[in-house]
Design a protein around this ligand. Structure first.
Ligand code: ATP
Ligand code: MG
Length: 480
């Protein structure tokens, strides 16, 4: 090891030439059976402000890791009896938040790659320079901090998305919740289907919280919101230089979700090439970053969601059959609100209570209002109901919400099923007009449009795509 700058000198530059890395101090364990190497490494880290402990071999390291929490473990790979791989394995098992950096001798690059594959955060090839050591350690500390923040949120997360927040007493919802509770502890892949706004994401989060992965990250990815190429690098990560603009290597959401749940939303919108890659990841439990051939092992439960009829998509060859069966190990269908009308009033009251907690204003529903809510077709399902209630609660002058305070279309889609096709065309026409008008009003600000229309941005985006509407064209039309 060479020491080009004196300990305590200026902090090292980021490898990409960015701002100097902040040396937020951490608790570090240095494991090396070579005394000189160990002592020098520890000294450099101490002089940068870190609290450093030393272990003279693998067995000593295991004792320490079992006894106290380290932010970063820096371990040599080749040691007699208990080697670095075993230290890595035990650290991952006992203290998953600890970030492990392995030190390898010159010419043993393969073992470093193997260590990364098994969950090491990074590696350092001996001999390394002081600034290189400090940089890698501070990056590992940054990662450790992020992992900690995710876990801090976990308690709040649990309360917010726990099963107790899924409202519904209809037999259909009871059956669904029953299935959620039974399948949550398994690692089975789940496919959630249901119309827009039925609560697919809510159920996915509940599945996660109720599973053994509940304290680990829940990582949502929306397949409809980005292009296929971007989606791939977003999910699988990419190597530096793998495409124009990839100025540095990046880990994907699959790796971010390690130990937790990856929520693949709008899976029906994906292209066959992407579907093939996802299938491989599910089958092999490992992924490859774009532009890299070495696989990375991941321990992730995948929960997918769609508002499409995927079986029909399979029949029409828009969706890979093998992936469908892989995903639908456990299918969960969330019934639309019109199939569980007994939940409408319950949900309405739930949203009113939430409104009261937030604003302090308690409002009740007049009998006429409940009747009107129960008779509505609810094309936008629970989200639409949520919106209607929020609106009415905010606008109603008195403490009671009357039927006429509810802003819902009286005739939206209540026709018989035999008229479905023509009705669908009529609904489409109405949707196209409503969206185009709202986009024009909002000057192309799509999140404002989504809020105004009471749909998620995703739903809006999807609908606009299907209806052939273009945000800029619509916004431009307003200015003309
Ligand atoms: N059973 C329920 N109890 C309470 N709130 C619910 C329920 N179902 C849905 N919601 C609420 O309705 C809204 C829509 O739910 P969510 O985003 O999970 O639906 P989604 O099916 O994913 O919609 P989209 O298809 O538009 O993505 C959220 O605000 C959610 O909290
Ligand atoms: Mg959703």
């Amino acid at each position: 090891m060479t020491l080009p700058s004196a300990p305590g000198g200026p902090p090292p530059e980021d490898a990409a030439g960015g701002p100097p890395v902040r040396a937020s101090p951490g608790k570090i364990l240095v494991v090396d059976d070579q005394k000189n190497m160990r002592a020098t490494t520890a000294m450099v880290l101490r002089s940068a402000g870190h609290a450093v402990e030393e272990a003279e071999d693998g067995a000593a390291a295991l004792r320490r890791i079992g006894g106290e929490a380290f932010d970063v473990v820096l371990t040599d790979l080749r040691m007699p009896t208990v080697d670095g791989m075993e230290v890595l394995r035990e650290a991952r098992r006992l203290a998953p938040e600890t970030q492990v950096i392995v030190m390898t001798a010159y010419g043993t690059f393969e073992s470093a790659v193997e260590a990364i594959r098994r969950g090491a955060y990074d590696f350092l090839a001996k001999p390394f320079r002081e600034d290189e050591l400090l940089l890698r350690v501070s990056k590992a500390l940054e990662k450790r901090r992020l992992v900690g923040e995710v876990n801090l949120l976990a308690g709040e997360f649990r309360r917010r998305y726990g099963l107790e927040h899924i409202v519904g007493r209809s037999p259909a919802m009871q059956e669904l919740l029953d299935r959620v509770v039974r399948i949550a502890p398994t690692d089975a892949t789940v496919l959630i289907s249901g119309e827009s706004g039925t609560g697919k994401e809510l159920v996915a989060r509940a599945l996660h919280v109720a599973s053994r992965r509940g304290e680990r990250p829940f990582v949502p990815v929306n397949c409809a919101a980005i292009t296929e190429t971007l989606l791939e690098s977003e999910l699988f990560g990419h190597a530096k230089g793998s495409f124009t603009g990839a100025t540095r290597a990046r880990r994907g959401l699959f790796e971010e979700a390690n130990g937790g749940t990856l929520f693949v939303d709008e899976i029906g919108e994906t292209a066959p090439g992407f579907q093939a890659k996802l299938l491989r990841a599910l089958q092999e439990g490992e992924i490859r970053r774009v532009g890299e051939s070495t696989p990375v092992q991941v321990d992730v439960r995948v929960v997918a969601a769609t508002n499409q009829d995927l079986r029909r998509a399979v029949a029409e060859r828009r969706f890979r059959e093998d992936l469908y069966y892989r995903l639908a190990v456990v299918p969960l269908r969330i019934p639309p609100l019109r199939e569980r009308r007994e939940d409408v009033a319950l949900l309405a009251v739930h949203f009113l209570e939430r409104f009261a907690t937030r604003t302090g204003a308690t409002k009740t529903l007049a009998p006429g209002a409940i009747e009107r809510l129960s008779a509505h077709y609810w094309p936008g399902n629970v989200r639409e109901l949520e919106n209607v209630i929020e609106h009415a609660a905010a606008l109603a002058r008195g403490p009671e919400i009357r039927a006429e305070d509810l802003q819902i279309e009286a005739h939206a889609g209540t026709g018989p099923a035999s008229e479905a096709r023509t009705l669908a065309a009529a609904v489409e026409e109405a949707e196209r007009n409503a969206i185009a008008a709202a986009v024009a009003r909002a000057g192309g600000d799509l999140s404002r449009v989504a809020r105004e229309l009471g749909v998620s941005s995703t739903t809006l985006w999807r609908k606009m795509k299907r209806l052939g509407l273009d945000a800029r064209a619509a916004g431009g039309a307003l200015q003309d």
